[in-house]
Design a protein around this ligand. Structure first.
Ligand code: BG6
Length: 302
């Protein structure tokens, strides 16, 4: 069981970790390395913060994020699994799947010889999750905290029939001002524009932002970057096992409606999500494993 006392006892020798209850029934683990610090909620194995030493946070967490059992956190790295967006057939199932709102177990925490720290998580499937995902599968999520932040989500089909898997690392990146930031590396890719009612378009040049943006880029190759002239840095995103990239920012009206962005919070974030969505959902045969991984690195200009 994930009680504070149990975790503190189990990981007593891991002096690079500390545990705290950030809200009733809501435990987070703080990771400190020589390069950066991170906080991860056990619910959803949800990375809430990651900040390299001497830099602004790279991962954005809403100042009005709510920490409550069964509710997803606004910001950080929500895990969308085992579907992305609305469920294909069941409108009542939660958007982006249930992985981000169930408990995960911290299985292992290891300091690597180079000083990075690797945490391994597995989901604890509850009854609702089992009802919504009637497939036998195992899931492992590794988070490696160092000069970079590395995340790897792997799913194995332990069933006797194939299943379809949609997923995303729904990462919120911190930026100085969305109106001046751009996303580079998706030029030439087709995308589905959810703001334009699902129109299929093709990206020409860099992505700049002047309103709500909600797009699924298809056939992406696993390398893009966020250019931020205000914080004077570039965030590099490299990924494997992903063929789609979601770019999302709510802008004023939608952020206000969502109610947990804080005043002008939307100006300080952009989601660039390593995903397998829409045309790129994965069909996993019995015995097969699929791993989707991403690495985030922030490079200061000048
Ligand atoms: C994005 C979707 O990935 O997530 C958007 O493309 C959605 O359509 C956004 O609004 C936020 O979703 P949620 O469920 O975390 O509010």
């Amino acid at each position: 069981m994930n009680t504070l006392e149990n975790l503190q006892r189990r990981f007593a020798s891991a002096d690079f970790l500390s545990f705290s209850a950030i809200a009733p029934g809501f435990i987070a683990v703080q990771v400190r390395t020589d390069f950066s610090a991170a906080t991860i909620a056990l619910q959803g194995a949800h990375i809430m913060t990651w900040q390299p030493n001497g830099q602004e946070p790279v991962i954005w967490l809403s100042p009005q994020a709510k920490f409550a059992p069964g509710k997803s956190i606004r910001g950080g790295v929500p895990l969308c699994w085992p579907w992305f967006g609305a469920h294909a057939t069941e409108a009542a199932y939660p958007g982006h799947g249930f992985a981000r709102t169930i408990a995960w177990e911290l299985m292992d925490a290891l300091k690597l010889p180079d000083g990075r720290v690797r945490l391994s998580f597995e989901p604890v499937m509850n009854n609702a999750a089992r009802a919504q995902w009637p497939h036998a599968s195992t899931v492992h999520y590794n988070i490696t905290v160092g000069q970079e932040l590395d995340v790897a989500l792997s799913t194995t089909n332990t069933d006797t029939t194939p299943f379809q898997l949609g997923q995303a690392l729904h990462t919120y990146f911190e930026i100085g001002d969305i109106r001046q930031a751009s996303v580079v590396g998706l030029a030439g890719c087709d995308f589905i524009d959810k703001v334009a009612g699902g129109a299929r378009l093709q990206q020409d040049g860099a992505i700049n932002f002047s309103g709500e943006t909600d797009r699924v880029y298809l056939g992406t190759t696993g390398c893009c970057e966020i250019r931020d002239p205000v914080l004077q840095r570039t965030i590099l995103i490299t990924s494997t096992g992903s063929r789609s990239t979601v770019v999302w920012t709510p802008w004023t009206e939608k952020a206000e409606k969502m109610g947990d962005f804080g005043p002008d919070g939307y100006l300080k974030m952009v989601c660039v999500e390593t995903a397998n969505a829409v045309d790129d959902v994965i069909t996993l045969a019995p015995g097969e494993t699929h791993c989707m991984a991403a690495q985030y690195r922030a490079i200061k200009h000048g």
